[in-house]
Design a protein around this ligand. Structure first.
Ligand code: ZN
Ligand code: ZN
Length: 303
């Protein structure tokens, strides 16, 4: 039941101090969801031993170079390695043009099905609606159109109560029906409700990805109760003015969002190259929201 967030790159704008810009993997049951794909992403994935071939969905928040310049290289490599599985890219339209042009001038063609999905469509588009989870996007406030992403597991199936199966002598062939919500009729004609035969499964889990954005209080409502929130924290409080001018957030502002949204854990990233030591950003955030952590290349959080 893997649900694991791993940071690959957490720098803003330019690579600095061994940190590449934005790229993060969400591993859901061994399918990989890549959030942003900065230059250096595939090299860093190789270094960290994260398999590129497991990526199924790629979400590009916006078209600043520090969020997508690794994508042409990654797709090219997968093509050369004879990747066969479908790939879905969720991005603003210019990116498809760029990839199309790159293929045209190189005279290559993709050997795997590559689907682009336009993020411009609606206010809160549902990007993916699968049996076990859904992924939606929502607008952020940045210098160009930019979106955050919310991955929510659906309610897992209820768990069978073995002692009740024994008590009512439920035959094996009825168990699957009960698992999917059916009541059970006993041999002597009593109807046993499903709620008695099962108990609630574990609570559904969720992950939100927020970068790049101005401090945006409205997010708190949208992200209520999320298990893990990744939020950009480009600057420290002393540089709050700069954050506002460049449409970014400070670590403390990210913490305020986390606190108002009542999330369980906050992971900070997208750090400015101004700061070699990130501890002061962590300190500022933890004063407001103690369950805050710094992302780091290869650092993993189980959700
Ligand atoms: Zn950025
Ligand atoms: Zn940006």
């Amino acid at each position: 039941m893997t649900f694991r967030f791993t940071s690959i790159g957490n720098s803003s704008a330019v690579p600095a101090y061994g940190r590449i810009p934005s790229a993060h993997i969400l591993n859901y049951k061994e399918s990989y969801f890549l959030f942003d794909c900065a230059e250096g992403t595939q090299m860093e994935m190789m270094r960290l031993g994260i398999r590129r071939s497991r990526i199924r969905h790629i979400f590009i928040s916006h078209l600043h170079g520090d969020h997508f310049l690794g994508l042409p290289g990654l797709l090219n490599t997968l093509n050369l390695l004879n990747h066969q599985k479908e790939m879905h890219v969720y991005a603003f339209p210019g990116l498809k043009e760029l990839i199309d042009m790159e293929m045209r001038i190189s005279g290559h063609q993709f050997r795997f099905p590559l689907h682009f999905h336009d993020l411009e469509d609606e206010e809160t588009p549902l990007l993916l609606d699968e049996a076990e989870y859904k992924v939606s996007s929502f607008p952020l406030v940045h210098r160009i159109p930019c979106r955050g992403f919310l991955f929510r597991e659906k309610m897992p199936p209820r768990k069978i109560r073995a002692e009740k199966l024994a008590e009512y002598a439920v035959p094996v062939e009825e168990i699957e029906k009960i698992r999917s919500g059916s009541d059970f009729l006993t041999a002597d004609g009593r109807l046993i409700p499903n709620e008695e035969l099962t108990r609630e499964g574990r609570p559904p889990r969720s992950f939100a990805y927020v970068t790049d954005t101005l401090y945006l209080e409205a997010l708190a409502e949208r992200l209520q109760g999320v298990d893990l929130l990744y939020h950009e924290a480009t600057f420290m409080e002393k540089d709050a003015q700069r954050a506002e001018e460049t449409c970014h957030s400070t670590a403390a502002q990210a913490a305020r969002i986390a606190s108002m949204a009542g999330v369980k854990k906050l992971v900070l990233g997208h750090f400015s190259a101004k700061y070699r030591d990130l501890t002061p950003l962590l300190d500022e955030a933890r004063k407001i929201f103690p369950e805050t952590y710094l992302s780091a290349p290869g650092l993993t959080f189980d959700i």
